[in-house]
Design a protein around this ligand. Structure first.
Ligand code: 26V
Length: 823
């Protein structure tokens, strides 16, 4: 590790971070940047002033970090992702920089409460769910571990929609997160790259060689916005660069000579729509032209930027894989493979084989889902129209690739058809996952089971061809946000007993294990959970005017609403529990609050129905005077900030997807780390969580992935389960016959009929064992001491799931980079 060195007379003398210096910076920012009188400034003015004072200190670090990386000629890794679910930045920055306390005091002396202004900041919600949050955790880890890692993405004008609930139903509102300006970003009007669409390709010969020119069509300008990201407890800051689309006319001096002025303005607006809105994970998004343009837009700008930096640092193009690694976060940026080939072959005029060797040396690809409907394909006709040169290059890549396949599997035409990048069976489609595998030197799944299933099913042919290309790198979460920030009371308790090294070395938590036998520690642990439950109860009261009791067991399912995640299974248990109470068969059962939160894709009708059902059931259950033991809550607008309040308050974590469907899950890790017990299937990372915490400290139920496969193969008949289980039949009949929707008795008829006839995710098959597992939960919860011991062991044994372990694995096994940074 190096120490900071000033070489230029104008170099920033690192700004002091004590209370008085912060006070001065905040005051200056309020007056000179925000432009407000301290006497009349609003809470948002103060928020912006503090943010400016903090970012001054971050950008200095960024400057020195960049200098160091340049000087040491390090290899950099670029993370290409359509999504970053960052959340709020002020507290995160203050904590990573280590002056949260100082800032709190500085503001207090100025008559402002940090706590009151924190909530004014809008979440940066530039992602859908797990994949986007993983990208944000990875950025935090790279900066904290001094790895030269850069994020590239899109600066969406509108992020993930805001979810409202009206009459029990989801309504979507636009997320205008930039409305009040964004103090965290540095616009870089000089960092611009042209991005080309449409047009056609002209072939000509140059010294006997064919050369290709992509001509005509449209051009959009990608302009950079930089978000410097500070590491935790060090002096490093990396960079997240988000691209916004700007009309070329803005950079065109002839603009004012335009004849058709109105048309010119319309074209400007059209080109700027490219970065307007984040697509929800929605079946209707698939195959949309604007989405393809978004993908190519940010990929093209990023690759140009990367090559530009490489050249500026004086490196020859042949050394690209020695200086650059590019990680593809799912297939969304996979067109980067064709784009790099295009630039190497057409602009740098490298021979195809050389260009291909460099390209494969640079790229690696992470798969995040096995769900067939989520796998990206693009109609060849669309690709030909929008990106004609890329389509040619994809054909060429495929030509060379299929020759290799034929060589390895002589005479096997079937495997050629299955492996081809072009799917000929569904009206000629480009399979982006195939392009990603062929163009990468490493492909990884995100949990052990997921990687095994990739090798066995989705990528089986590829695995037979190139077994060494496949690795598993199990996901992780950042302890800085998900324990230190979200759960200050627990963080403090832990630090008092084992010191604070756990924030950067989560395996340290193992040292808590002996403390499970310490009665005082157990009591303190329990008090922390209690306080966190009170904090959540206050939020529920404030937002929904529902009073929930912190004495009850908090049973939590928070994630995107999707059939495979089986919120319906949870609802069936809620109804079963309700029926037992009504029949006086529930003396043994503990009081429960079942809390759901999550968004449904706007066009995913069934998922929206599930939200409505949860709210209908909540309405009945919560208003039944004969039911003091049970409450159901659907908390609207789940996002990073609400997750940080819910997770520390959870007793029970619902991870109940059909085995073989959830690639990993990361909410499962956040909840267990915060001392919630998991009720879950043997799916995704749940399997590894069970290994880590011990099978006696987790409630596993239902079929495993093999059993699911077998039942599907042998013919699944959900009605058999319905007919042979009285409680299940009763619950389903109540939903179907309008018990929870008396105003509209037929509301859920189709939903239930679908469960009885198809039940794609085998809810009914797992129901009985799920109810049994919940009985075991109840039995344990009745013994608070025993429960607390197990909950504590969950916290103590979750060290493996630190994102720092994940990122170090990528660094060593995939990227070939090592730490380099300031102390
Ligand atoms: C996308 C779509 C789009 C079309 C409709 C259905 C559908 C279903 C799922 C998805 C998810 C796409 C990728 C994704 O977000 N995967 C998540 O990645 C997390 C980080 O690796 C992982 O923990 C989650 O298990 C995985 O679902």
């Amino acid at each position: 590790m190096k120490t900071l060195e000033m070489v230029h007379e104008y170099d920033p003398r690192p700004l002091p971070c004590d209370k008085d210096s912060l006070k001065e910076s905040i005051r200056d920012a309020l007056i000179h940047i925000v432009g407000k009188d301290p006497l009349t400034a609003t809470p948002r003015d103060w928020l912006h002033a503090v943010s400016f004072a903090v970012r001054e200190r971050i950008i200095e670090r960024r400057m020195y970090t960049k200098r160091l990386f340049d000087q040491e000629q390090v290899k950099r890794v670029y993370y290409l992702s359509m999504e970053y679910l960052i959340g709020r930045m002020l507290v995160n920055s203050l904590m990573n920089l280590g002056f949260y306390e100082a800032c709190c005091e500085a503001l207090e002396e100025m008559g402002v409460s940090l706590h009151e202004i924190i909530d004014m900041e809008s979440d940066a919600a530039l992602g859908n769910g797990g994949l986007g949050r993983l990208a944000a955790c990875i950025l935090d880890s790279m900066a904290s571990q001094c790895l030269p890692g850069y994020g590239y993405g899109i600066r969406y004008e509108f992020g993930m929609f805001h979810q409202g609930i009206e009459n029990g139903e989801q309504v979507e509102h636009p997320d205008n997160w930039l409305r009040y300006g964004n103090p965290w970003e540095f616009p870089r009007p000089e960092k611009i790259f042209p991005v080309h669409f449409y047009g056609y390709v002209v072939e000509h010969r140059e010294r006997g060689q064919p050369r290709y020119h992509w001509e005509d069509g449209e051009e959009v300008i990608a302009m950079a916005y930089d978000y410097p990201t500070p590491g935790f407890g060090n002096k490093n800051a990396n960079n997240l660069r988000l691209w916004a689309a700007k009309a070329t006319r803005d950079f065109d001096l002839d603009y004012f000579n335009e004849g058709d002025y109105i048309r010119a303005v319309r074209e400007k607006i059209e080109s700027e729509t490219i970065s307007m809105v984040l697509y929800p994970n929605d079946a209707t998004a698939i195959g949309r032209e604007l989405r393809l343009k978004q993908e190519y837009f940010f990929v093209s700008a990023s690759i140009q930027d990367i090559l530009h930096r490489h050249a500026e640092l004086g490196y020859p193009i042949e050394s690209l894989p020695d200086k650059v690694a590019i990680q593809l976060n799912d297939t969304h940026p996979a067109i980067a493979i064709a784009e790099l080939m295009r630039l190497l072959v057409d602009s740098h005029q490298l021979p195809w084989q050389k260009a291909w060797e460099l390209t494969r040396g640079v790229f690696s690809y992470t798969n995040h889902t096995l769900m067939p409907e989520a796998l990206e394909t693009w109609p060849v006709t669309l690709m030909e129209r929008v990106l004609p040169r890329h389509m040619q290059i994809i054909y060429d890549i495929n030509f060379h690739f299929l020759n290799e396949v034929r060589h390895n599997f002589p005479g096997d035409n079937d495997i050629v058809r299955r492996l081809s990048i072009i799917d000929e069976n569904h009206g000629r489609q480009v399979r982006m996952a195939h392009l990603a595998v062929v163009g990468s030197h490493m492909v990884n799944g995100v949990a052990a089971l997921h990687t095994e299933l990739l090798k066995k099913h989705l990528f089986n042919d590829f695995y037979r061809l190139w077994p060494d290309r496949f690795v598993n790198i199990t996901n992780g979460i950042t302890p800085r946000l998900w324990l230190n920030q979200a759960n200050p009371a627990l963080a403090d308790l832990i630090t008092r007993h084992i010191g604070n090294n756990w924030t950067m070395d989560l395996e340290q938590l193992r040292r808590l294990e002996p403390l499970v036998d310490n009665r005082d520690f157990r009591r303190e642990f329990q008090q922390v959970k209690r306080r966190n439950k009170e904090r959540l109860a206050e939020l529920v009261k404030r937002q929904m005017d529902i009073t929930i009791s912190p004495d009850a067991l908090f049973d939590i399912q928070i994630k995107r609403i999707h059939e495979y995640k089986r919120q319906l299974l949870n609802v069936l248990h809620v109804i079963t529990f309700y029926n037992r109470i009504r029949e006086g068969r529930a003396e043994e059962q503990v009081s429960r609050v079942t809390l759901f939160a999550g968004k449904a894709a706007p066009s995913y009708t069934r998922a929206k129905q599930i939200i409505r059902l949860i709210n209908d059931v909540a309405d009945v259950v919560n208003h039944d005077p004969m039911n003091p033991k049970q409450q159901v809550v659907f908390l609207p607008n789940y996002d990073v900030s609400t997750a940080a309040v819910i997770i520390p308050a959870a007793d029970l974590s619902e991870q109940i997807s059909t085995a073989g469907t959830e690639a990993s899950g990361t909410g499962n890790m956040k909840l267990a780390l915060n001392g919630a017990m998991t009720i879950g299937t043997l799916d995704g990372a749940n399997i590894e969580i069970r290994e880590a915490v011990g099978e006696e400290n987790i409630f596993i139920f239902g079929m495993n992935a093999e059993e699911v496969e077998r039942l599907k193969r042998e013919g699944y008949r959900p009605r058999d389960f319905y007919e042979s289980n009285d409680e299940l039949r009763r619950a389903l009949d109540m939903i179907r016959d309008g018990f929870f929707s008396p105003q509209e008795p037929g509301r859920y008829r189709d939903l239930v009929n679908n469960l009885l006839t198809e039940d794609q995710y085998m809810v009914l098959a797992d129901y009985a064992d799920y109810v049994r597992a919940h009985e075991a939960v109840d039995a344990l919860y009745r013994d608070p001491e025993a429960w607390m011991r197990k909950a504590m062991l969950n916290t103590a044994r979750m060290g493996y799931f630190s994102i720092d372990r994940t990122v170090m694995q990528y660094a060593q096994e995939v990227w070939g980079i090592s730490p380099e940074g300031w102390v």
